[in-house]
Each structure stands twice: as C-alpha cells, then as structure tokens.
Design a protein around this ligand. Structure first.
Ligand code: FRU
Length: 486
C-alpha cells in the first residue's frame, strides 16, 4: 500500500495506528460484515494526551483499514475507553427508518473538573452512528451516568443480556466493578458491586468486561469478568486479571479470592472482547504495552500496537476454571512460506538454526521436555531468552539483553516469570508469534500466554534451542514466515 509500515519496529501483522499515540482498544463490535476497532488516540503527539477514539475496520480481524477519527473531545471532556453495541431493536430511539444504530458508550474525562480538584470528573456518555461507524452524533442528554464522587469511574462495557431482556453495563470504580441495567441505553439503574475484597488490588481497576463462556468439553456455562489493573500485575505495571463466576442479571458472584492472570507478559493491557459476533466465538484484543514505559518506547512516528486477536476459551482443570487465550485461526493463514520444517533436538543437545525472516514468523514446537531454552539472537549478540524450568515450575522470558532496553528503567530490569500450572497436557504445544517489536508466546493452546514488546537493534536471525532435558526431545514443527497485513 504505502511506505509508512516499514519504519523501524513497525509491526507487520499487528494493528498499529499510522501515526501518533494509541492506547486501549475501544468499542469492539461486529456490524454489517465489519469488525470495528476503535482505540484511545491522541492525534497530536506520540505520548498520551486529550483522548479521541481512533477507528479502523476489518472484514477478517486480520487486515485493517484505517478510518478517520470517530469521536472527538467535547464540552464534557476527553473521550476515554468504552464499548459499542448494535441496538437491533432501536431501544435507544437513535435509529431512523428502521435502521439499527451503532451505539458507543464511553467515559468522559473532564480536565477542568480534575484540575479543580473535584472527584466527579469522570462520567459516562453515549454517541450513535447511523452509517455503520463512519459518522457519529453525541447524545444531547450526556452524560448518561453521573458521578457521585468516585475519582476513578470509567470504562463502561455494555452488552445485551438475553434472559433479562436488558442492557447490562459494567464499569470500574477505583477498586471494584459496578453493574447497571437499562432498557434504552440512556437511563441506567445501578445494580450491584463486585470485587472490593477479591483478586488483585495493587492498583486501579480498569477496562472491565463481563461475558458468558461455555466450559470446554461440557455443557456448563460460567461468566467471566476481565479486569485490567495498573499497577499491580505479576511482572510489574499493567496487567489483566480475570474472575470466573456467575451472573444472574443483577449480581456477579465468584468464590475466587486470588487473582488469575490472563497473560503473564508485561505487554497485554486493557484488553476486551467483541460484541455481536455471529456464533459463539469470544474474540479479545489487548493493547500491547504497559503504562510503566508505554510513552518511552523507541518508535518515532507512532506509539504502540494491539495484540493479535485472540479467541478466549474456558477450561476446567482439576476443580478450577482457567481462561485460555489463543490467536484466532485466521492469523495462521498469514503464514506464506516454511522457513524450517520438523527439526528434532534430542535430549541433552542443542541446535542453532539460521532463519532469515525469524523476526516476522510463527514458530510452533511440541515437546514433553521440562527443561529447555530458546534463544533469539541477532548479529549484535542481542538475545531474547525463553526458558522452561521444571525445578522452579516456571516459564521465564528474559528480555534484559534483547536489544534497546535502556529507554526506561523498568523495561529491561528483570526476567518475567509465569507459573507452570493449569496446563492440560503433558506434551506441550508452543506457538510463538514474532513481529518486528513484539513476541507473543502461547503454551498449551493458550493456557499460558506471555506478550512482550522487544526492540532489537537489528532483527533476530538465529534461533538456538538448548534442550536441557534428560529424556524428551524438542520438535520444532515449523517456522513459517508471516505475511505483512499492510
Ligand atoms: C487504561 C486507561 C483507561 C482509560 C484510558 C485513558 O489504559 O487508563 O482506564 O479510560 O486508559 O486513555
């Protein structure tokens, strides 16, 4: 298409804005054959600023087309994160001529209110589109949910709840989630709170998402509540926890006390799922960054990218529920040439593969080995190290020497560690998606995922497999080159 997508570090198969600052995905909704991706956007700089909703569309969740900015700040404030729904029955009355309006529900952040030292500077507003997202009108009755003095009061996620025939809205209020109900998307009634004494509380709760999922291999249905938290993630800064429980149309309950983490890398934040997708698929997109260093990363024209879209699934392992996330199948359709095929690395040996194109690839391996390392290296000896360590029952990612790391003190400060529990299989499948400035690891079909930004000075072209296991071989099933989506 154009030349903008070839700059240093530009992701080749992940969504990134053409230019300027991006954070959270917003308003993920499927409508009339189109997947919408709105996002927190500041069009004037490559650091956070007065928030707009940027916009892109896709027919396959893989290839994206950039669209003009959808929502601009107005007299009520900046446009913070939120969601979008298709109002099929025109419950809002925003529709005309029987057309179902697309309705966005978002947070207004009043800079004046904040600067005046008030606590009620975040409220919720709505806007609607009658042309599938091309143009937007703000509702004149905004804000639709006032704030009675809660400092962090934001990120409404709305969905249609079939059994109560009503809209349900989840938002976060500092250290907990709140639920509301409505018949028309404009008048909201408070229902209940969740979470003050459950899960992680090392930081502010942000970007909630509540949805049902059928437990894999059974008829059982549970509700999952996703909550981003910043700071307080297991490897520092921003991260996403989840709760598995039940929702009766009014109250969400979960007997889970300890947090569970959707991703153990440091770069998957503020992720939420699509509304109105045909079929049962639950598709998730996260912002591939971390507030610890998001504004310092070494890109020049734009900042940050989204994770690949991932399908969520729920699994019961022993007596506990775990949420898995795994790249949608269509991402694998981007593989266009096989760089490495079926290489076996025997127990207690290692192998070095020179792979031109490694920095834009999908790597699949399969092994029962419990101790091994994968080293991604470039000619400057910068190295990203992934290790499986059975003694400590952890998987670690070490990016401390992976390339440019000193743009901010936290970025390369320490190894990132994930517990190796909840795996379903003994022989584990690994999928690694390597792009020009990110690495996404999926173990056991996404029972464990780790998402990491990396900034190698020159691309990695060498993969070293160090099999430290006494018995099991490691089989590199394939390394395939990924096509660019731009
Ligand atoms: C999460 C977040 C949201 C907020 C938005 C502002 O990254 O802090 O809570 O709505 O970013 O851009």
């Amino acid at each position: 298409e154009e030349s903008w997508y070839k700059e240093e570090y530009r992701p080749q198969f992940h969504f990134s804005p053409k230019e300027k600052w991006m954070n959270d995905p917003n308003g993920l909704v499927f409508n009339q054959g189109v997947y919408h991706l709105f996002y927190q956007y500041y069009p004037e700089d490559i650091v956070w600023g007065p928030m707009h909703w940027g916009h892109a569309v896709s027919e396959d969740l893989v290839h994206w087309k950039h669209k003009p900015i959808a929502l601009y700040p107005d007299e009520h404030g900046y446009i913070f994160s939120g969601s979008a729904v298709v109002d099929k029955n025109n419950t809002s009355g925003f529709g005309e001529n029987g057309e179902a309006p697309l309705v966005a529900i978002f947070t207004y952040h009043s800079k004046e209110g904040e600067e005046a030292g008030r606590m009620d500077f975040q409220t919720q507003g709505v806007a609607y589109s009658l042309d599938n997202g091309n143009t937007w009108n703000k509702y004149e009755g905004n804000p639709i949910i006032q704030n009675d003095g809660i400092k962090d009061f934001r990120d409404p996620k709305v969905f249609w709840h079939e059994s109560s025939q009503s809209w349900i809205l989840t938002l976060v209020a500092g250290d907990h989630a709140k639920f509301y109900t409505s018949k028309n998307l404009k008048d909201w009634t408070y229902l209940s709170d969740f979470g003050k004494s459950q899960g992680a509380h090392g930081g502010v709760w942000e970007c909630p998402d509540l949805f049902p999922l059928q437990v894999d291999g059974s008829e059982e249905e549970k509700w999952v509540l996703i909550i981003s938290i910043n700071p307080g993630a297991p490897n520092g800064g921003s991260g996403t926890q989840y709760f598995v429980g039940d929702f009766d149309g009014k109250v969400f309950t979960s007997n889970q006390k300890e947090p569970k983490w959707l991703d153990y890398g440091t770069d998957n934040y503020a992720g939420v799922t699509y509304n109105n997708v045909p079929g049962n698929g639950r598709f998730f997109i996260g912002w591939m960054s971390n507030w610890n260093y998001a504004q310092d990363t070494p890109t020049k024209k734009w900042r940050s990218a989204m994770t690949v879209p991932r399908k969520l699934s729920l699994h019961k392992v022993v007596d506990d529920y775990f949420l898995a996330n795994y790249p949608i199948d269509k991402i694998s359709d981007l593989t266009n040439s096989t760089l490495v095929n079926e290489v076996e690395v025997a127990a207690n040996t290692s192998d070095t593969l020179q792979v031109e194109g490694l920095n834009q690839s999908e790597i699949r391996l399969r092994t029962a080995a419990k101790n091994f390392k994968l080293l991604f290296k470039n000619e400057l000896d910068e190295v990203l190290v992934l290790s499986m360590d059975s003694k400590n029952q952890v998987f670690t990612i070490d990016r401390t020497l992976s390339g440019k790391v000193d743009f901010q003190e936290d970025f390369g400060a320490k190894k990132h560690v994930a517990p190796l529990k909840g795996m379903k299989e003994n022989v584990l499948e690994f999928k690694i998606l390597m792009d020009w400035s990110s690495m996404e690891l999926f173990v056991d079909q996404g029972m464990l995922s780790m998402t990491e930004q990396i900034f190698p000075t020159v691309p990695y072209h060498t993969l070293i497999i160090v099999n430290e296991d006494e018995q099991a071989p490691i089989v590199i099933k394939s390394i395939k080159r990924m096509e660019s989506i731009w």
